[in-house]
Design a protein around this ligand. Structure first.
Ligand code: NAD
Length: 470
């Protein structure tokens, strides 16, 4: 079921025109107006949080409301609060240096709203990945059009209703639909487009945006490695890897995709993984906090990855048993370690996006660095180990969107850190002041003083050369 806009005559290009006209007519919102919009959004999120969690659970087949609260709603509220707290500072024009020749003029940068921001979101965290970009766009003084995912239709519809209650359509509007609507949406002449989704679709979106020279921020995916230093397979490491890999059943852009373990630690890793899974999910894959796979296509794809690795000689270790598919637990897939999959296995080539963790072993840290660098630059890289030469070497010799040390995924919750990928894992960043600036135009302004030298900057130039090139 692909959700469609309730009004069949709905015209998204006309909506963009309306938003842009309203933006131009009213001018950039004041600090107070922006805070008021953020507060309105905050109240709406809290008022609809149950409804959102139910919609997400229905869309996934099962996801506990606690998981949705912790993994989505808390992040949304923290981001809104962070933006409200820091907005005055973010909006302040920034004084810049003026060269001697141009004194006593003044130079500063003014962060001006860009206008109308397009936001395209994926299905895996369908609420936060729509609302956090929206909050950022509003903080920067913009209007926004949102295109949530068709794979979570109930959630997308709930978001639409929630936002319609608190924002007029010329301020914030939601466009519903599948890939065709996404393609049309990405071809609109927005003032900026923030896309979160897969690398192949990101490529198409960037192409479509380029027709109108729309600047893009691409938040994409990839294979994020987790590297465990020799001797560091302990309870804390394993709890954090299990958290990263099994939250949302691994359907997370920054989930550790595969693990690189020192060869002496492999047996301990396998044993400890089971212990840590049992601690976090006491009823195994039927635990309330264990999420289902979003649809049959992804479920079958993941089973296919397991079978492909098995036929190529990898060891497949299921932790707990994949439950029979039942009405209330459709598409639940047990946590699974895949040990010794070679580079030819599909699981070592494509982003997994599920509760499967391939484990490879290494002897030296340089082998790890070479392995990571031979592959596309990942969205995140995780390192477990002591502060020391190996850790430093991995940090300085590899390039990834972000890094987590002795934890997985927590960097995303740091309001003040930029979040984004590099190369095939993304382009540009949001969160932190970077998010505000991504959605603002940094306008350089020079104000001439009454007596400064630029007033001499007129032909004939000969008299100035000696002065300028001293
Ligand atoms: P997707 O690329 O299939 O879809 C994302 C959005 O694009 C959806 O709204 C969809 O309707 C739209 N879309 C689909 N086909 C389109 C087309 N041809 N033209 C224009 N728009 C189109 O991604 P997904 O499957 O929803 O999400 C999973 C992917 O997103 C994974 O690769 C994951 O790593 C990535 N992701 C990245 C981040 C991040 O912050 N970097 C966060 C979450 C997910």
């Amino acid at each position: 079921m692909i959700p469609a806009h309730p009004d069949p005559s709905f015209d998204m290009a006309a909506l963009l025109d309306r938003q842009r006209s309203a933006f131009l007519k009213e001018g950039p919102p004041t600090l107070a107006d922006r805070k008021a919009r953020l507060k309105r959004l905050r109240s709406a999120v809290l008022a609809h949080r149950r409804e959102v969690a139910e919609a997400i659970s229905a869309d996934f087949g099962h996801r506990s409301r606690h998981e949705t609260d912790i993994m989505e709603t808390v992040g949304v509220i923290q981001t809104i609060d962070y933006l409200i707290r820091n907005l005055r500072r973010f909006m302040k024009p920034e004084r810049r240096h003026v060269g001697l020749f141009y004194r006593a003029g003044r130079a500063y940068v003014e962060y001006q709203p860009k206008g109308v921001i397009g936001v395209m979101a994926p299905w895996n965290y369908p609420f936060s990945l729509t609302i956090i970009p929206l909050a950022t766009a509003l903080a920067a003084g913009n209007r926004a059009m949102l295109k949530p995912s068709e794979l979570t239709p109930r959630t997308s519809e709930t978001i639409r209703r929630m936002l319609e209650e608190v924002f007029p359509a010329d301020e914030v509007a939601v466009v519903l639909g599948g890939p065709e609507i996404g393609a049309a949406f990405s071809g609109l002449p927005f003032d900026h487009l923030l896309f979160t989704g897969s690398t192949p679709v990101g490529r198409k979106v960037m192409k479509a945006a380029s027709d109108n020279l729309v600047p893009v921020t691409l938040e994409l995916g990839g294979k994020s490695p987790v590297i465990v230093e020799r001797g560091h397979v302990d309870d804390r490491t394993m709890a954090s890897i299990v958290f990263g890999k099994l939250s949302n059943a691994g359907q997370t852009c920054v989930a550790p995709d595969y693990a690189m373990i020192h060869e002496d630690d492999l047996d301990t890793f396998i044993a400890q993984f089971g212990v840590s899974v049992a601690r976090a999910y006491p009823d195994g894959p039927t635990s309330d906090d264990y999420t289902s796979i979003v649809n049959d296509r992804h479920y079958d794809r993941l089973r296919g990855l397991i079978e492909d690795a098995r036929t190529r000689g990898a060891r497949v270790i299921e932790v707990g048993v994949t439950p029979e598919r039942s009405a209330d637990r459709a598409r639940t897939l047990a946590p699974t370690l895949i040990v010794g999959a070679g580079d030819d296995a599909a699981i070592m080539q494509e982003e997994i996006f599920g509760p499967l963790l391939p484990v490879t072993t290494y002897r030296t840290i340089d082998e790890v660095i070479d392995y990571v660098n031979a592959r596309p630059r990942p969205l995140a890289l995780y390192y477990f180990g002591d502060e020391g030469a190996d850790r430093e070497r991995v940090l300085t010799r590899t390039t990834s969107g972000n890094v987590g040390i002795n934890n997985t995924m927590i960097h995303v919750a740091q309001d003040d850190l930029p979040f984004g990928g590099i190369g095939p894992s993304g382009m540009g960043a949001y969160h932190g002041i970077e998010g505000f600036r991504t959605m603002s135009h940094a306008k350089g302004v020079f104000v001439q003083g009454r007596w400064n030298l630029p007033s001499l900057l007129r032909a004939p130039f000969g008299r100035l050369v000696d002065l300028a090139l001293r």
